[in-house]
Write a protein that binds this ligand. Sequence first.
Ligand SMILES: Cc1cc2nc3c(=O)[nH]c(=O)nc-3n(C[C@H](O)[C@H](O)[C@H](O)COP(=O)(O)OP(=O)(O)OC[C@H]3O[C@@H](n4cnc5c(N)ncnc54)[C@H](O)[C@@H]3O)c2cc1C
Length: 591
Amino acid sequence: ASRPAEYDYVIVGGGVTGLIVANRLSEDKSKTVIVIEGGASVDNDATMIPWKANDISASADLIWKGIKTLPEPGLNNTAFDVYVAKVLGGGSVINGMIYDRGSAADYDAWEALGNKGWGWKGMLPYFKKGTRFQPPSPEITKKFGVTWDPSVYGDGPLTVSITDTQFDDIKDYWAAWRATGVYVPRDGNAGQAYGPSWYGNTMDKETGRRAHARYAYYDPIASRRNLVIVTNTEAKRVILKDNKKGAIATGVEVTSNGQTYTINAKKEVILAAGAVQTPKLLQLSGVGPKSVLKAAGVKVQVELDSVGSNFHDHPYATVVFNTTTKTFPTVNSLMTDPEYNATQWKQYEEKKTGHYTYARGNALSFISLPDVTSGFRNIANALARQKDTDYLPEIYKNNKKLIRGAAKQRKIISELYKRKDAAAVEYPLPSDGTYGLVGVQKPASRGTIHINAKNPNGIPDIIYNAFVNPVDKTIIGAGLRYMRTVWLSKQLEKFSISEIIPGAQHTSDDDIFNALLASNFLSPTLAHPSGSCPMMPESDGGCVDDKLQVYGTQRLSVVDASIIPIIPSCHLQATAYGIGEKAADIIKSRK
Ligand SMILES: Cc1cc2nc3c(=O)[nH]c(=O)nc-3n(C[C@H](O)[C@H](O)[C@H](O)COP(=O)(O)OP(=O)(O)OC[C@H]3O[C@@H](n4cnc5c(N)ncnc54)[C@H](O)[C@@H]3O)c2cc1C
């Protein structure tokens, strides 16, 4: 109760982007900043020990409960869990810890959609500003041929490191990838995420701990008096007052311990609640599609169909192989050998090194469509030839702006499909190839997030429409056939690899897709929800402009993964860290 109820900046969501913006805005002692976070501040083994990043069940209490998709029409009408972090630090506290940026072409695509300054050149300074690279030891660097480009990291708060625990078998998988002849960048994070590359983890080698957004951006500055973080507090809606120039955001209504109160914003309300919750909050505040708001009994303040449109992620297939190895230790030894486990745990406790500092690996292959298949032009042309209204969600049907924006995206994606310097498929580069992944990096399908008419404050109606656009299915087929050529190459013969799921007998696109579907080995989400309040011109169905302001409003912005117009070909956190840094500068420079 002693807390003031008015701040210059009210930030909703203390996740990756929210905490970066909070840190940077509160650098100016004359500005007051509050962050409203639904989760708690938590440190436990699951959030601190890198190896635990492999075990999502260990952090099961740190997600928003019960969030699921509606039945997905492209996936046998199955409903899927949607993992959304509920903890101070957001997704970075529970994610897989890999730090990888997209290729230059990915961000240039954002700029091509009309977002000035959001291309690779505009993003790189912010990627650098946020990060500090901790290399592996000289011995490990030499033994495994690890490469990186120090010029694309800076001296920032987030440590990105490659652990000295690597497993010998990865050398064979690297050899198999090299033998394909694809381009091998020195560091995919230098705008060259096409080809196999080493990548760091969000980890601090000095402490052996996961480095997350709270660890990097809040703990070191927690004593600032002009920055307040309230945890276990949920934002319910943004308060918007009518104004001649559009609805003006004056504060946020929150609940905590059963009490509801308002926190006023003198300068700006900044939404950083993530790509699932931000569109919900906007709609509960009266900003969104009229039909959705009316059905839910919410008064329309700003009619904006783009809120909750353009929703997408990286849909993927899990592929299972039989492999054998005589090597010791392997990545699995911690689980299979109690004695080894005990020595590794001791080493971690005493020196903060060893197997427990290994998260989910340090190498990934992002591969262009021309490298994946000689039929890349047919796929690109099939997408380009689709009608502007094909395969789009209902809300697009009568909205010329949404259709126009979707058509522009489709054109850009089909061009990216023809380029060798932009990736269409992801394959982790493992030290054990038992579980493979074929990840669709530039999906053409689009979904929506809309508040539920019967229970607007509850779980929203979430649908990815994954694989509804047939082009995405084709990419799974082509992607798997290409992966087989790598996994069955001479370089990997010693592992006696054979395919179990979907099974080598399935060779056509349809066959592969249907077999994966029948085994439940397809998913619409790699926990990279994006795009649900896209940054694009308003006339193209955008939700925020390139200064991150919500159309039709004043003093209201979005800074999280919702603004991503087209998902980059990479895991998402590095991009979210970059967006957070850039967003802070944009907000600071407002007149
Ligand atoms: C399980 C999982 C695994 C992942 N694996 C990887 C990976 O290996 N590599 C990678 O690069 N990326 C990964 N990601 C994705 C990455 O973590 C996210 O892209 C990133 O965190 C997005 O940042 P954000 O700021 O948009 O949202 P978040 O970091 O999710 O932050 C949003 C915050 O807002 C809070 N919030 C939401 N609604 C409200 C409300 N109404 N009131 C108050 N607070 C609210 C949430 O509790 C949360 O803390 C993973 C994500 C998850 C969940």
